[in-house]
Ligand binder design. Sequence first.
Ligand code: PLP
Length: 387
Amino acid sequence: MKLNANFDNLVDSYLFAEVENRVSAYKRLNPDKNIIKLGIGDVTLPLCSAVVEAGKRAVEEMGVKQTFRGYGPYRGYTFLTQKIADSYRERGIEISEDEVFVSDGAKSDVGNILDLFSEDCTVLVPDPVYPVYVDTNVMQGRKIIYADACEENGFLPLPDKKRKADIIYICSPNNPTGAAYNRIQLKQWVDYALECKAVILFDAAYEFFVSDPKLPRSIFEIEGAKECAIEFCSLSKTAGFTGTRCGYAIVPHALGKPNKMWLRRQSTKFNGVSYVVQRMAEAVFTATGREQISANIGVYKKNAAIISATLGKMGIYHTGGVNSPYIWLKCGGNSWDFFDKLLAEANVVGTPGAGFGRNGEGFFRLTAFNDEENTAEAMRRFEKVFA
Ligand code: PLP
């Protein structure tokens, strides 16, 4: 066997396993404690009824000879790609239906898209960030450079013209920091990418959490972006599809070859998302579906506001919590020590920032995906311990 030696360069990701180990060890010694988890990166509210009903109807169709469907179109069914293109058009962005590619989620897409790019590309990744960008490039042996996100730049690094890159990752609103770029900042990245002839891989997994009209939900709101960017969207956090699996990539024709290449890549290595799931996804874009998913996102945003308000009252520096389900707070010192103290003294679980990159040390991530009562109780305990 001649194995891919790049895998030897992956750093073991022990973050969530280590969190679980420490929580289990604490529980074994303190079985009566009521532990509240604000470390969860998964949604907790169920699928909305419009989505469930659409799924039931689609399953029925699959059981009847006349309406049964086998393999679907490689880009996704027109009923869905059309709705996605329409959702951009409503926001003043012209996306044609054949620029939309339905997938099983943003994680697969951000990794798989790398098939289109040369292995000698230099990759620019913000630090801290969603670890998948680094690991997928390490697997293919690319050189990675980092854009430092820190307190000084509000965890929103801007391009440094002295450092050239070929592939640029932007995640906004960001996981883990919750920070989101405004249009002026994003324009700087677009201009930089056009100048370097680089591609921006824009991860919009949390776009639906953006409620501030000054902040873009899509990079294609920025002039010039269609000539340099690919956008990845996900119904996971938008509509509770983490277990159902559906997302989509927008690969503009204006980029040149990538649209055709991505179709070729997907039709070679991927046979599409199931008909039932695509019908469920279609329901997300109906008037009822949108109303229902907005209500769910509203619940998470209320939790985020509770966390953010407590930290604000205590004068603790933090980002996120407004246009994002994540709150990134300055804990100072070692973030694992802070984790242990929060667990032992407040019985609250979060995620140490050190797990998201070098610049994550000294910071800590809380999430809004628990319920309101637990979130409020967790923050009362937090205040008691750290006031
Ligand atoms: N991108 C970011 C920034 C994420 O935080 C996540 C999940 O946590 C994903 C992508 C994965 O999305 P999906 O469930 O669509 O694969």
